[in-house]
Design a protein around this ligand. Structure first.
Ligand SMILES: Cc1cc2nc3c(=O)[nH]c(=O)nc-3n(C[C@H](O)[C@H](O)[C@H](O)COP(=O)(O)OP(=O)(O)OC[C@H]3O[C@@H](n4cnc5c(N)ncnc54)[C@H](O)[C@@H]3O)c2cc1C
Length: 365
């Protein structure tokens, strides 16, 4: 709606309003399909080996448009009612057919999902979790000549606005990303504190140094998320969390996440990788040895320590944690895209003018 207003086309404003009402009335879930498969990254959509590396319009008539292409890595798409499609990058005049945005039911004719399955049942080797284990699945969505009626088309050919739509979506999306990461990194910090305590190393200088670094990392994300909401910019009638601070927050957590993982691994010790299985814990022959040898700080039982080890393994030493690292780097855009937005949004001219003033040099625009 933000971009529809800026395009100055009343039909787009009307359609986005209607669609929003439709979503609210039906309580529909949406997947956001932005990322194209992109082919050769050094080339623009029009310069690719074939025209379909970016989703585009292949036909239009009085009822609507027909689109072809593929969107990649689309989280939770198979579980959502509708898909909302946006361009992933800037477009040139000769790429107007790629400047397209629309919504479609996930089961519209011509849509194919090629899904990465979720992790499924946990193996009996793993320690049971007291909380439900949730998992995401992702889909490659093929649009094989899909018809979209005009009332669900929000951009079609306005190539100069494609980047604005991508940027605006990214600002909202990165803001939610920053917020959903807060409990994830608080949990990581908790693993570090608890494992240090259980291993009896909480008062060691190097451990305190790592805990300080981890806490600073976590609290900086929280402070930036708060600051982004407290310094909104207005796009027409809509308040948007500060794009500058939101991108700084996303860059901050993506840039240092792996460092924090390394510190948690260091504090926890090798057992987070080599812990004997839960079957061994349940086996009357092996359990007494585990009970006897795998204890730590006597404030906790061996079983409590092993539960914490299993939990920490999940977050910093498992296939699932490697996936989480990938989410941190690439989901919501790779780090270079955050830097691009910081470059656009940061008040470089103000910085320069202040320095010129301080140096007694005339400001020249
Ligand atoms: C778990 C997960 C969930 C996701 N969920 C969604 C989702 O729900 N919806 C959605 O739309 N997307 C989703 N994404 C996609 C995500 O936004 C992209 O992975 C991200 O934007 C990077 O794009 P890419 O994977 O094509 O990598 P690439 O763009 O190939 O990036 C790889 C590297 O190449 C660099 N690079 C690429 N092009 C250029 C260039 N022209 N010039 C210089 N450097 C370049 C990048 O900066 C990066 O360093 C998800 C990704 C992941 C990993």
């Amino acid at each position: 709606m933000v971009v529809a207003q800026q395009m100055n086309k009343p039909e787009y404003v009307e359609r986005t309003k209607n669609y929003l009402e439709y979503l609210i009335k039906n309580d529909w879930t949406l997947s956001g399909a932005v990322t194209d498969t992109k082919g050769d990254r050094s080339k623009t959509p029009a310069g690719q080996a074939h025209p379909d590396y970016y989703l585009h319009v292949v036909d239009r008539n009085k009822d609507g448009i027909v689109v072809k292409g593929c969107k990649m890595h689309i989280t939770a798409a198979p579980c959502c009612n509708d898909i909302i499609v946006l361009p992933t990058r800037n477009m040139q005049e000769n790429e107007a057919d790629y400047a397209v945005s629309f919504a479609t039911p996930s089961n519209a004719k011509g849509i194919k999902f090629i899904c990465r399955p979720s992790r499924g049942e946990r193996s009996p080797n793993e320690y049971p979790s007291s909380l439900p284990i949730r998992d995401l699945n992702e889909a490659m969505i093929v649009f094989d000549n899909v018809f979209v009626p005009w009332e669900r088309v929000f951009m079609c050919g306005e190539w100069a606005y494609a980047i604005l739509l991508a940027y605006t979506f990214a600002t909202f999306h990165r803001f939610t990303a920053v917020c959903y990461h807060i409990p994830i990194v608080e949990n990581l910090a908790g693993c570090a504190v608890a494992m240090a305590e259980m291993n009896g190393i909480s008062n060691e200088e190097h451990v305190k140094d790592k805990l300080v670094n981890i806490a600073s990392y976590v609290e900086t994300i929280k402070a930036l998320a708060q600051a982004a909401t407290l310094s909104p910019v207005r796009y027409g009638e809509i308040a948007v969390p500060s794009p500058l601070i939101t991108n700084m927050a996303k860059l901050h957590y993506a840039r240092s996440y792996h460092e924090v993982i390394k510190m948690v691994q260091d504090i926890s010790g090798g057992i987070i990788s080599t812990l004997p299985t839960y079957r061994d814990w349940e086996n009357p022959e092996t359990r007494p040895y585990m009970e006897h040898y795998l204890g730590g700080n006597p404030k906790y039982t061996t079983e409590e320590r092993l539960k914490m080890v299993a939990h920490t393994h999940r977050w910093v030493a498992s296939a699932e944690s490697a996936h989480q690292e990938m989410i941190t780097v690439h989901a919501e855009g790779s780090m270079e895209t955050q830097k691009m937005m910081i470059m656009v949004e940061a008040p470089f001219k103000d910085y320069r003018d202040l320095a010129l003033l301080a140096a007694g040099v005339e400001i020249k625009d």
